[in-house]
Design a protein around this ligand. Structure first.
Ligand SMILES: *Cc1c(COP(=O)(O)O)cnc(C)c1O
Length: 235
């Protein structure tokens, strides 16, 4: 099969350059630690996931030089193109933060350390099968559609318990929850709901907060914030 070189569908943003990127990382890291301390958490309690969707390979290279080690990707194919042959790949953590089709489950299991978008029983089934076949088992987060938006991926809050039970029956390693709040609402209610669901189900990882709302997310207990624009500029 001949695969089209990525990207074909999106323009690739110009790299911000390593100097600007280094400054942004230093500034953000300080602010993230300050936000954690301000709500009684420890500096370093929040992991910065650098979202590199649509970015040029030069931007990835700059991010690696700057010392970033945790990366978020939206699409399996793009992630494969991004990271193929990158030296030191084993030291990095790759996290899938975009929707996953069942027919890409095996590719995703082979590539990612964490898959944040488990949101339906059929995908749990596909992931379990893929893990058995690949002989590896990425950690998983369940994506919750906290705003019950019809167009958005994620399991409804009322269905989280059943999905978790199903995933556990299959032996999947679910360690937390992820959400993307509705764009037109204050996010705190959604972050709080996600945190409450995590406590109820004994889960410790909370992936919530993006460039526009990460401080609120840290205040509500985020362990992982997913930043693209704040690091690399507008896409
Ligand atoms: C693109 C994306 C992000 C990063 O968004 P920014 O606003 O650019 O920080 C975070 N999470 C998910 C799921 C995304 O798709």
């Amino acid at each position: 099969m001949i695969e089209a070189p990525f990207p074909t569908a999106f323009p690739v943003p110009d790299p911000v350059g390593s100097q600007v990127l280094n400054q942004r990382i230093a500034g953000l890291t300080a602010r993230i630690d300050a936000a954690a301390l301000a709500c009684g958490r420890t500096a370093g309690a929040v992991t910065l996931t650098a979202v590199v969707k649509t970015q040029a390979r030069q931007t990835l290279a700059d991010a690696l030089s700057a010392g970033l080690t945790v990366f978020g990707e939206n699409r399996v194919q793009e992630a494969r193109d991004h990271w193929a042959g990158v030296p030191g790949r084993e030291q990095l953590e790759l996290r899938l933060i975009g929707p996953l089709q069942t027919n890409k489950a095996l590719d995703a299991v082979r590539l990612f350390d964490v898959i944040e978008t488990l949101d339906r029983p059929a995908l749990a089934d596909a992931l379990a099968k893929a893990c058995a076949k690949a002989g590896r088992s990425p950690r998983l987060l369940v994506q919750v559609n906290t705003g019950a938006e019809p167009q958005k991926a994620g399991v409804l809050p009322d269905d989280v318990a059943a999905l978790l039970a199903h995933a556990r029956t299959l032996g999947l390693r679910v360690e937390g929850l992820m959400c993307i709040p509705p764009v037109d609402e204050p996010p705190e209610r959604h972050f709080t709901l996600l945190a409450q669901l995590a406590v109820r189900h004994g889960l410790t990882v909370l992936s919530m907060g993006m460039s526009g709302d990460w401080e609120a997310a840290v205040g509500c207990g985020a362990t992982h914030i997913r930043l693209g624009t704040a690091l690399f500029g507008a896409r």
